[in-house]
Design a protein around this ligand. Structure first.
Ligand SMILES: NC(=O)c1ccc[n+]([C@@H]2O[C@H](COP(=O)([O-])OP(=O)(O)OC[C@H]3O[C@@H](n4cnc5c(N)ncnc54)[C@H](OP(=O)(O)O)[C@@H]3O)[C@@H](O)[C@H]2O)c1
Length: 282
């Protein structure tokens, strides 16, 4: 892989996307010779966004356009992550990038507005719409399942939503590939792409897979895959409605960047193994 150059990481403490004068603060923080901006920050509390509308809008709808405009001014590539929640989820097959959008919740509305703001700029932008993101860091679905599996005998899981669980490891690898191409050839294909693994599942299937893998790797759990039961219909205790179909076609990104994405089980397996290994070292 091409040498990507120097990386500057800015967290919320250094660059709060919702604070005033984002552009002025970017001017002060951005290094000379800036080649690319990757925006992984977002307001992601999907249910809370229904009531915390302003911070969600500032971070997800407004800030991406400002970041893209700044990238344009500096001649830098702009990579931005977006979401399956921009789609209504009522399609029978995987969503294509040019399918009509129609968010079901405020988080999705703000992510869509952010995508549109980026697209309205003349920056060299790449928007990567992904789904069901998880990783070793932070609190996310697989961590919750593996933790619960240590002390419970039964779980009820949704079997109505379908999507593709996407590892942050995959997102990072593909992002590095895009950046590497830009470094080597001076340009990356500009556009909107779906980025998730191949294959899809329900939350029920995903959780059964995680528990099955963990048991196969010798993790001590009280839960077995059979102890996870399917639940039909949405969880009505949640404030935000979720799309039933979160499946995203990845044909375009594979063709445009010359990559073949792995099946979702590949990184899910690696995730469980890494959790097992981390536990051993504790
Ligand atoms: N999670 C999913 O299932 C999913 C699915 C589809 C798309 N996506 C997209 O993927 C991207 C990454 O999501 P994620 O799940 O990794 O989110 P995450 O774990 O919640 O991380 C979001 C990051 O953004 C930071 N952030 C939030 N508000 C900020 C602000 N005002 N200023 C600066 N930084 C701020 C957070 O900082 P703090 O830690 O300080 O809060 C955190 O580091 C987002 O664009 C999201 O919309 C996620």
């Amino acid at each position: 892989m091409a040498h990507l150059g120097e990386l500057t990481v800015l967290g919320r403490d250094q660059l709060d996307l919702t604070a005033p004068d984002l552009e002025g603060r970017l001017e002060k923080l951005a290094p000379v010779g800036l080649g690319a901006i990757v925006n992984a920050a977002a307001y992601t509390k999907v249910d809370l966004a229904e009531t915390e509308r302003e911070p969600a809008s500032l971070a997800n709808a407004l800030a991406p356009g400002i970041l893209a405009t700044f990238a344009e001014k500096r001649g830098a590539l702009f990579i931005h992550y977006s979401s399956d929640y921009v789609y209504p989820g009522d399609k029978e097959s995987p969503y294509e990038e040019n399918d009509p959008t129609g968010p079901l919740n405020w988080y999705g509305e703000t992510k869509l507005a952010g995508d549109r703001a980026v697209m309205a700029t003349d920056a060299q932008w790449v928007i990567l719409r992904t789904s069901w993101v998880y990783g070793l860091g932070g609190n996310n679905f697989p961590h919750t399942i593996l933790r619960a599996a240590e002390y419970t005998l039964r779980l009820d899981m949704d079997q109505s939503q379908r999507g593709s669980p996407t590892s942050t490891e995959l997102l990072a690898a593909v992002t590095a590939h895009i950046l590497g191409g830009a470094v080597s050839y001076g340009k990356a294909p500009k556009g909107l792409f779906h980025l998730c693994p191949r294959g899809d599942c329900t939350w029920l299937e995903f959780s059964r897979f995680l528990v099955g893998e963990a048991l196969a790797l010798g993790m001590r759990l009280t839960l077995t895959p059979d102890g996870i039961k399917g639940r039909e219909g949405p969880d009505r205790s949640r404030a935000a409605t979720r799309p039933l179909n979160s499946r995203l076609s990845v044909r375009s990104i594979e063709e445009s960047f010359g990559i073949t994405l792995p099946h979702w089980k590949h990184h899910a397996r690696r995730f469980v193994r890494a959790c097992r290994d981390l536990k051993k070292t504790l």
